[in-house]
Design a protein around this ligand. Structure first.
Ligand code: FES
Length: 181
């Protein structure tokens, strides 16, 4: 219900209220008319929305294997870690890390490590996804651009990169289906 914005006789008040309301309504309509094309243009199309998240079926990935998927134009590394890799990641003394983070804040399930595969130095894609690629002395990934090495939790251990590999937002939809983004 609109509130009167003035005193004075009831009749003129009613008329002024009406005028005020008209002005407000027109201004509101004007604002809406301007806002609509903007909102409409900000509304992502269906194909853009589709790229905002990606679902990955994990059922075919064996222990010790890794796959790379594309998400929002970036590679995402998914590695199904071995018991040994999990142990290595969990036993690291955090005081020795450049970007200290315990392994359990970087994974939702210890077996599955999911990372944005972009080196935090200058943005190269580190190696270590394929069996034939070097993984560096910490068993994770090696960035050949300037020699950064990441461990089995994707944490920076050596070389110029300042930060750990980023963990993207993801949700397990089931035991074998993960939605990234
Ligand atoms: S971009 Fe990876 S070490 Fe420089």
């Amino acid at each position: 219900m609109a509130q009167a914005t003035h005193g004075g006789p009831a009749e003129s008040g009613t008329r002024r209220d009406f005028l005020n309301l008209m002005t407000t309504s027109l201004a509101g309509f004007g604002a809406l008319a301007v806002a609509w094309p903007m909102i409409h243009s900000l509304n992502p199309s269906k194909d853009v929305l589709a790229l905002a998240s990606v679902e990955v079926d994990l059922s075919a990935i064996e222990v010790g294997q890794a796959v790379t998927v594309k998400w929002r134009g970036k590679p995402v590394f998914i590695r199904r870690r071995t018991e040994e890799e999990i142990k290595q990641a969990e036993e690291v003394d955090l005081a020795t890390l450049r970007d200290p983070q315990p392994d359990d804040v970087r994974v939702q399930k210890p077996e599955w490590l999911i990372l944005v595969g972009v080196c935090t130095h200058l943005g190269c894609v580190p190696q270590g996804q394929k069996p034939a690629e070097p993984r560096g002395q910490y068993g994770g990934w090696f960035c050949p651009c300037h020699g950064s090495e990441y461990d089995t939790s994707g944490r920076i251990r050596r070389g110029p990169a300042p930060l750990n590999l980023e963990v993207p937002t993801y949700t397990f939809e089931s035991d074998t289906l993960v939605k990234i983004g």
